[in-house]
Design a protein around this ligand. Structure first.
Ligand SMILES: [Zn+2]
Length: 214
């Protein structure tokens, strides 16, 4: 009898723990209308030669915002359009991480978001509040939050093979994932800095995820 009780207690404990681990982020979805879907169609047809409202995630691209707070960056991504010659679809990412490690999910994870030229068709983006004045100032709490989030994503989407920083976009072409149909459409990026990517690599490479040097 005592043995059965212990087994039941263990099962309940595991269920509670698993549930607790799933709640690693809060949902703060950005505005999503048919118009955003139409802007996505316009962007993906031009840049990837296909419609791509839903992605199969193969990579995670890590960023910093260089400005703002959770609230102000959310507000910035909330607009559906921006004035840009290469497409009216506003930039956004699936996740946003605050300085204290709070994670906001901004849209369903496999929805298309414009955050990394060449990779949006297959990459989930994590934006981190920081990089103010170009400094590598992301916090230990953000590093821990990114590790938790990437572990969650990797477990949920085993198709994810690569993790790279936005500044590693050229090295990441070795992944074979890069697609861009518009010649010379490119923007050099410093985010989120090599220190942060080394931190992620130290804690995630043993999970079988691929990283790039430097
Ligand atoms: Zn970036």
């Amino acid at each position: 009898m005592k043995k059965i009780f212990l087994i039941c207690a263990a099962i309940i404990f595991m269920a509670l723990t698993a549930h607790a681990e799933e709640k690693i982020f809060e949902d703060h979805f950005i505005t999503w209308t048919n118009h955003r879907d139409e802007l996505i169609d316009e962007y993906t047809l031009k840049h990837y030669g296909k419609f791509c409202r839903e992605i199969v995630p193969k990579a995670v691209v890590v960023h910093w915002t260089a400005f703002g707070t959770l609230e102000s960056v959310h507000k910035f991504f909330d607009a559906e359009e921006m004035p840009d010659d290469e497409g009216r679809l506003n930039v956004a990412s699936q996740f946003l991480v605050g300085r204290d490690g709070t994670i906001w999910r901004l849209m369903p994870e496999t929805k298309f978001a414009r955050h990394a030229i060449g990779y949006n068709h297959c990459a989930i983006g994590i934006e981190n509040i920081g990089g103010f004045d170009g400094r590598e100032d992301l916090t230990d709490e953000q590093l821990a939050a990114n590790v938790r989030l990437i572990k969650y994503l990797h477990a949920k989407y085993p198709t994810i093979e690569f993790v790279f920083g936005h500044y590693q976009q050229d090295a990441a072409r070795a992944s074979g994932l890069y697609i861009e149909h518009v010649a010379d459409y490119y923007a050099g990026k410093p985010d989120p800095g090599p220190k942060f990517m080394r931190g992620l690599r130290e804690q995630l490479e043993s999970d079988g995820l691929k990283f790039y040097d430097s």
